[in-house]
Ligand binder design. Structure first.
Ligand SMILES: *Cc1c(COP(=O)(O)O)cnc(C)c1O
Length: 390
């Protein structure tokens, strides 16, 4: 595993995630002109690794911005104002698609799940049967609730309807497989647009929006003479992806270096090994959290390997709990929107190490006890270790 000597605290939020030393080093490397052949090479290698990781989409774009911008790029390059999409909404990041649609005058319908559960595939089929959806959005891991989408069931359904499939992979890419060519379900259906960002399971700092397109998605863009975007119009970036020396907006040279280093670590570990590691992390963390007497919001059958949303026991006050942990150097995230105050979220992805997970469980146990909730931290750490190193 990568060296991790520069993380003095425990950064357990769902992004940004802890960085490996190789990534810190890459961030601090010499500044190049974007026209420097050395930059072009790093950029090309980063693109090629991204392309391989995603199972060879037709085109990949790496653009400065956060995951939210990647969502906006995905939507505005496939769907015009006045056209309609279906949002498969399994948490707050589903709501985010509707907010972007509202901003651009894109019509939408939603199939919603109770928070912590998955949508009913039958409801999705019924909604799709109405027809008229240019695209369907699906959040791979909804980070607000820690629910993993059921690709094997939903992707074939969606693609059968003839709509484009847009997947938000921000909290999944590099931890859970996402492929443009593998094919899901009996009819081997594939993703059309995959959007992601660097700062979660990839283990890069925040700052990159990464969006991949299938030939069908690119045909949709080509069929639209104009879209309500300029910086986010992939037509303005296409040449830059082919010839990195030809800047459109100045490329974030340092961040591309960091992203390149993070992907190199992904490949040193190996994609399959990495996917299995995240499975193991997820299982171990949930078992340990339960051993502390806590309840994980999402059921074991629907849960994500990268993040857990954990309900507070009676009497624990969110702000006080997180403040006490922060004083010990550990950052967790509050819950979002309607779950705010009722739960906390803890990330376990990317370059996060087993030692960090052990420390996190120990500190959670200690802090729960300080706040009057009796938890057996030592047992929970033992449960974690048993599942981590099995
Ligand atoms: C974090 C996240 C986003 C937003 O990414 P930002 O970089 O915070 O803008 C979008 N979708 C999902 C699923 C996420 O986890």
């Amino acid at each position: 595993m990568a060296k991790m000597t520069r993380n003095t605290g425990l950064l357990m939020i769902p992004g940004p995630t802890p960085l490996a030393d190789e990534v810190y080093d890459a961030l601090g490397s010499e500044m190049f002109s974007f026209a420097d052949p050395r930059f072009a090479q790093v950029f090309r290698e980063a693109l090629a690794m991204t392309q391989d990781m995603l199972g060879n989409p037709e085109e990949v774009y790496i653009i400065p911005g956060s995951g939210l911008f990647a969502m906006e790029i995905a939507l505005t390059n496939c769907v015009q104002p006045g056209e309609k999409i279906l949002i498969i909404n399994q948490g707050y990041f589903g709501d985010r698609f509707s907010q972007i649609a509202n901003a651009y005058g894109i019509e939408y319908e939603e199939v919603k799940a109770e928070w912590g559960t998955r949508v009913d595939p039958q409801e999705v089929a019924q909604a799709l049967a109405k027809g008229g959806f240019k695209a369907v959005t699906l959040t791979h891991v909804d980070t607000s609730v820690g629910v993993l989408a059921d690709f094997a069931t939903l992707i074939p359904l969606i693609k059968e309807s003839g709509s484009l499939l847009i997947v938000d992979g921000v909290c999944a890419t590099a931890a859970v497989e996402e492929s443009f060519t593998k094919g899901y379900g009996a009819n081997k259906a594939n993703i059309d647009v995959l959007l992601t960002a660097g700062q979660k399971a990839i283990g890069c700092p925040p700052g990159l929006a990464i969006v991949a397109f299938s030939p069908d998605a690119l045909a949709a863009r080509a069929a639209m003479p104009k879209i309500p975007a300029y910086f986010g119009d992939i037509n303005n970036w296409r040449i830059v992806m082919k010839e990195p020396g030809r800047a459109f907006g100045t490329p974030p040279v340092s961040m591309i270096n960091a992203y390149h280093a993070a992907l190199k670590l992904v490949y040193q570990e190996g994609l399959e090994v990495r996917y299995q590691r995240h499975e193991r992390y997820g299982k171990a963390m949930r078992a340990a959290l339960r051993a502390l007497g806590l309840t994980v919001l999402a059921g074991e059958e629907v849960t994500a390997p990268t993040i857990s949303c954990v309900l507070y026991p009676e009497g624990i006050v969110d702000a006080e709990f997180r403040k006490a942990l922060a004083a010990k150097g550990m950052m967790i995230a509050g819950a979002m929107s309607r779950m705010s105050g009722k739960a906390f979220r803890i990330g376990h992805m990317g370059s996060t190490t087993p030692q960090m997970l052990e420390q996190a469980i120990a500190l959670l146990g200690e802090t729960l006890n300080e706040m009057g909730f009796s938890a057996d931290g030592a047992t929970a750490v033992a449960v974690l270790q048993a599942k981590l190193f099995c």
